[in-house]
Design a protein around this ligand. Structure first.
Ligand code: IVH
Length: 700
């Protein structure tokens, strides 16, 4: 939530409250928390988003290929791991060199410039990654943005991506001028650049010295080279300015060397940077690596360290989440860290409190890297207080708390009777990746819950009759009520995957929700299957290892690739609870839940087919094969069933190959499979390839 708040300030208002290193730290921290404690992952987790929706005032432009974000590395080990991941994914041997281009990460705002026939046709900001603002006229006022490309040797379609920034010296001069005139001064060059680019009057932009570095591309009619390095040179030849100092590194040691060198000379650069970006040099490898979530697998940002500060722990309080997880929070004596006032830090769980040995009254060192939830690093001064005692009752509903074996998180057992959980579930339901109801944020949910207007999700869609009553309230102008009701109406139709995700079932995040939706295709089919799963599970409560022994529906569920027993059991528990079925019935009466179409893969011979890979593949790694199959619209399953269409059998395949022949499922060798999908790539790839191009928008 805090990240969301800062995103909005940063992306929409150009007025962040905190330094960027802090923001990054927050995001990183959030990711780390999510990785270590997946159950704490929020519905609207910032790790799933890039920026925020654009503010109106400019026309909107849909990016031909989404503009991605970058994963972050903070420690040297993260960089090493990045290269290892690349090796693993591509199945490279330890002796094979992975050349990586390392260049400064510019702290500006990214933009996409589209050229057709050598002329700039439009320029857009990144926006939410899918759609940005049309800033063509403003971009044309920049010296390093050519209106037409020199010579003749350019691809018919060329999208250049890069960073708009303001030099430090220009920033200082601009602020001095602004102050003199009594105008708003900017917090940093990045905000000044964003504010200047987003002037509705291009004359004002022309007056503000902005620059542009080209470092990437979107749709291109023809490949810009075989490597990142070559592509950079091509861009330079076409009149774009490159961000330097860049270096082609052959080893991790060289990458880290370059990072240290840039960090050391950072202050002397003319522009602000916040880290180093590493990009796998070979473009064919970039293409194969593709993307995960909204970041490429072939690049990573190595960020500079976050700022630290010391302060006092005034209190330790407990927050109860949607799944009942109890999260301790340190309430701090407010302290400024890198320009932002911090008054709370998460302590994650009881183990973390014990590890730190933190008590009320202690002084602690905190660190804010990147965003707002700061991290407590260590106790610096013992306040002499008593050890913190983790509560044994839920602070909201007073139910007992329990901790599952092997888990670090204590949970409230109140389930449906716990108000805290109910409210958190509602917040999740309306959150960005779920129903995404504009105007229905945390505060509104809390207000309507307290007043009894919304007790369960379906009530959201029954608010219209209460419009007059709401209009009578404080801070509820007529227009605001109308907007909210409209936003709600807009969401009566919802794709099945979002619907499933919105239910907030433990272990069912966005990825699992998508897999479920694609596998069962309709709400009715999914629900029927899940009720069978719940029944089967009730009959075999002790079966903890073998899905097959639980039952057929259960086996099908766990056979969906990456849906494990934890998710299956949690689905079984959800559907085994009568109240949840009532909630679902309520929703079904209000909504039109639409079936989920397979990803666009026209002409793909495997669209909608269920495939299983088994044994050792020789031409590509399992991860690559799976990613490729999915991009062609296939469903990848982890086990063979009657519903499997093809089993691709690699070397030393075991029981799955046998099961396939027992069930009469078609088996293919790796070569058969490659023949089958040959030249049958997803629409986007095919177009790019058709033009001989290589895009940096990964496989969708
Ligand atoms: S490459 C597919 N290179 O960082 C990845 N990005 O945190 C395309 N950025 O959205 C980006 N300097 O706005 C790349 N040398 C650089 C960069 C850079 C700054 C920005 C860019 C991106 C963000 C991700």
């Amino acid at each position: 939530m805090e990240i969301g708040h800062h995103d909005a300030l940063y992306f929409q208002e150009d007025a962040p409250e905190i330094p960027d290193a802090d923001y990054d730290a927050l995001r990183q921290r959030n990711l780390a928390i999510e990785e270590r404690f997946p159950t704490l992952k929020r519905a609207d987790s910032p790790s799933e988003r890039v920026g925020v929706k654009v503010k109106s005032g400019f026309g909107k432009i849909r990016h031909a290929i989404p503009m991605l974000s970058l994963g972050n590395a903070f420690a040297d080990a993260d960089v090493e791991e990045f290269v290892e991941r690349v090796r693993r994914f591509l199945g490279l041997g330890a002796e094979e060199e992975v050349a990586v281009l390392a260049e400064p990460k510019i702290d500006g705002l990214s933009a996409n410039l589209r050229y057709e026939g050598g002329r700039l046709v439009h320029a857009a900001t990144r926006g939410d990654g899918a759609e940005g603002e049309d800033v063509t006229r403003n971009m044309l006022t920049l010296d390093d943005v050519p209106e037409s490309l020199p010579g003749r040797d350019w691809p018919e379609v060329l999208e250049v991506r890069g960073e708009v920034y303001m030099r430090k010296s220009d920033f200082l001069a601009l602020n001095a001028r602004q102050e003199e005139r009594g105008n708003k001064v900017f917090a940093n060059p990045r905000n000044a650049a964003a504010g200047s680019l987003r002037q509705l009057d291009p004359k004002i932009t022309a007056d503000r010295p902005l620059h542009f570095f080209g470092y990437a591309w979107g749709e291109v009619g023809r490949a810009l080279g075989e490597t990142q390095d070559e592509a950079r040179r091509t861009l330079e030849g076409l009149g774009f300015t490159l961000n330097e100092p860049a270096r082609l590194c052959r080893t991790v040691a060289e990458m880290l060397d370059h990072y240290r060198e840039i960090e050391r000379t950072r202050a002397a650069l003319e522009f602000d940077i916040d880290g180093v970006v590493y990009k796998v040099n070979r473009l064919d490898w970039q293409q194969r690596l593709g993307q995960v979530s909204r970041a490429p697998r072939w690049a990573i940002a190595h960020k500079f360290a976050a700022e630290k500060a010391e302060t006092l722990v005034k209190d330790i309080t407990i927050q109860v989440g949607r799944t009942g997880a109890l999260t301790p929070v340190a309430n701090l004596e407010p302290v400024t860290v890198g320009g932002v006032v911090v008054s709370r830090a998460t302590l994650h769980n009881q183990d973390e409190i014990e590890r730190l040995g933190v008590k009320i009254g202690d002084k602690v060192r905190i660190q804010r890297a990147g965003d707002v939830i700061p991290q407590v690093l260590e106790v610096t001064e013992d306040g002499g207080g008593e050890s913190y005692r983790f509560p044994d009752k839920c602070p909201v509903c007073a139910s007992d708390v329990e901790r599952e074996e092997g888990e670090v998180v204590w949970r409230c057992t109140g389930g449906l009777i716990c108000d805290a959980q109910a409210v958190e579930r509602l917040k999740h339901f309306v959150s960005r990746d779920a129903f995404d109801i504009e105007g229905m944020g945390t505060k509104v949910i809390e207000e309507f819950w307290t007043d009894g207007l919304i007790k369960e999700p379906a009530d959201i869609f029954r608010l219209a009759p209460h419009a007059e009553a709401i209009k009578g309230r404080d801070r509820w102008a007529d227009q605001k009520v109308r907007n909210l009701l409209e936003a709600i109406e807009d969401r009566r139709e919802i794709p099945l995957d979002r619907f499933i995700y919105a239910l907030g079932i433990r272990h069912v995040g966005q990825t699992t929700a998508k897999l479920l939706a694609r596998n069962y295709t309709s709400l009715d089919a999914w629900r029927a299957a899940m009720e069978r799963v719940a029944d089967e599970r009730k009959e075999t409560p002790d079966e903890t290892k073998k899905p097959d022994r639980v039952g057929e529906a259960y086996a099908e569920l766990t056979g969906i690739d990456t849906v494990g027993m934890a998710a299956a059991d949690s689905l079984a528990a959800f559907f085994g609870e009568a109240h949840n079925l009532t909630v679902l019935n309520g929703l079904a009466g209000e909504l039109d839940v639409t079936d989920v179409a397979a990803p666009a893969a026209d002409g793909s011979p495997v669209a909608g087919k269920t495939v299983v890979f088994t044994g050792t593949l020789e031409k590509m790694t399992r991860s690559e094969a799976k990613a490729r199959a999915e991009s062609l619209g296939a469903k990848v399953a982890g086990s063979v069933s009657k519903k499997t269409d093809y089993v691709i059998v690699g070397a030393d395949a075991g029981s799955k190959a046998k099961k396939a022949s027992e069930l009469g499922v078609a088996t293919l060798s790796e070569d058969d499979w490659l023949d089958l999908i040959q030249d049958k790539q997803s629409g986007e790839d095919r177009d790019a390839e058709h033009n001989g191009g290589n895009t940096q928008g990964a496989l969708l």
